[in-house]
Ligand binder design. Structure first.
Ligand SMILES: Cc1ncc(COP(=O)(O)O)c(C=O)c1O
Ligand SMILES: [Zn+2]
Length: 414
């Protein structure tokens, strides 16, 4: 696939290797030709101000001047994700002994997870690069987002997931009507298969494989939004769920860009990663002081985070260490308790990934790793309606009664 003079990838100027720094021209590439390291987008940002952002659409395209997407991206049919609520979480803060806490509630996106952000950017770039089909291997949420975005754009989707996924995530992908394949294997098996298929199907954009450099940039919008919604400043601490590690590293990249552009004050912030104990390769490497991440076989109810061989794991370690953060993991029982705590205190029903993040927040506070006096943001990256099985055994109505006042009184609930 060759770029034409009409190709418009906005402020993106080149692809640069994260490992060896070799640059190459923009195109449908994702691995360095010199060292096989992952490629990242390099930019020349022009004329991006707080005012230019504020006058943009009420979705992620207000940040299009900071993304590898064409100038007219907002005019092409897309799911228009982003600008989700930043919720002041005083009740949860009080129950955890924190002074100032916010929940970035990304369950408010069109398919109810942060994946709509990355898919919207991948779709826009894939179109410019000449791809015809939007595809992905997924732990569930990405499947929803790709199938919906392709339907909206009027193109074909091809989605591959582990067959043991939550029923809610299977149904909410199948409904959009694309090609949808369940695979008898775990996510890492599905990911390997996707790479093989990508090698044969020239015009399939596997968003998180062969257009990954573009896709990953979509997570920067979480960082931009948090800063803008705080009144153009950075929080002191942020806790982010980690699967491949892309979201965490890109929130950090967003904060760094905002500092360099002078859009926020340059002051220290700490980034914390959250994993489930049943899939904790990055947390384990962090605690052991390792630079490499040893793959694991996932076994956790947090299926959306069940990536045993995380592509961006080493870069999560870099960010956590550079900023004075940490990567911690929590048990499945703690995940369930985290989901319930967020729901009970703030009226926000997060999926298992949200439970991982809340439980990790609690563990970091209890360990004295996270400063309870510092302003903190946590990400709720998905919707609890997609992982009902996690809480079904432990929540229930207060009573079941006959439709009479007498029965209500007898139940002792007044
Ligand atoms: C709800 C949810 N949160 C967080 C993540 C982690 O994303 P990343 O792979 O960017 O670390 C995922 C990934 O699938 C997810 O579905
Ligand atoms: Zn390289």
């Amino acid at each position: 696939m060759a770029l034409t003079p009409a190709t418009d990838l906005g402020p993106a100027t080149a692809l640069v290797c994260r490992e060896c720094g070799t640059t190459r021209d923009l195109g449908p590439f994702y691995a360095c030709e010199e060292c096989f390291g992952p490629l990242e987008i390099a930019y020349d940002f022009q004329g991006v101000t707080r005012e230019s952002i504020a006058s943009g659409p009420r979705n992620i395209w207000r940040y299009r001047g900071l993304l590898p997407v064409p100038a007219n991206v907002a005019d092409t049919p897309n799911t228009e994700p982003g600008l989700t609520r930043l919720v002041r979480a005083d009740n949860l803060a009080e129950s955890l002994g924190l002074q100032s806490l916010w929940v970035k509630d990304d369950s408010g996106n069109p398919t109810h997870s942060f994946k709509d952000r990355v898919v919207a950017v991948a779709l826009a770039a894939a179109r410019e690069l000449g791809f015809k089909v939007l595809a992905c291997p997924s732990t569930g949420n990405l499947a929803n987002a790709v199938a919906a975005a392709a339907a909206r754009a009027g193109i074909r989707s091809a989605v591959f997931v582990p067959s043991d996924l939550e029923a809610q995530k299977i149904i909410t992908t199948a409904v959009y009507g694309g090609t949808f394949v369940t695979v008898d294997g775990n996510y890492d098996d599905v990911n390997r298969l996707a790479s093989e298929i990508a090698g044969e199907q020239d015009d399939w954009a596997f968003v998180n494989v062969n257009v990954r450099p573009y896709y990953a940039e979509g997570s920067k919008t979480l960082g931009y939004e948090i800063a803008e919604q705080l009144g153009w400043r950075l929080p002191d601490q942020i806790v982010v769920p980690v699967a491949s590690g892309s979201q965490l590293t890109k929130i950090d990249k967003a904060f760094q860009e905002l500092i360099k552009l002078g859009l926020v004050e340059d002051r220290p912030y700490r980034v914390f990663g959250a994993q489930a104990a049943g899939c904790d390769p990055v947390a384990a490497a962090f605690k052991a002081g390792h630079d490499v991440v040893r793959p694991v076989k996932p076994d956790t109810i947090a299926k959306s985070l069940a990536i045993g061989n995380p592509a961006d794991g080493p870069y999560v370690l870099d960010v956590a260490r550079r900023t004075g953060g940490a990567v911690e993991d929590v048990t499945d029982a703690e995940v369930v308790e985290g989901i319930r705590l967020l729901a009970r205190t703030e009226g926000i029903f997060g999926e298992t990934a949200g439970g991982v993040t809340v439980a990790t927040l609690r563990k970091l506070i209890d360990a004295g790793t996270l400063d309870p006096a510092a302003e903190t943001v946590i990400i709720n990256s998905g919707d609890g309606l997609k992982t009902l099985d996690a809480v079904a055994p432990v929540v229930a109505p207060s009573a079941n009664i006959a439709p009479s006042l007498e029965a209500f009184r007898a139940a002792g609930l007044a």
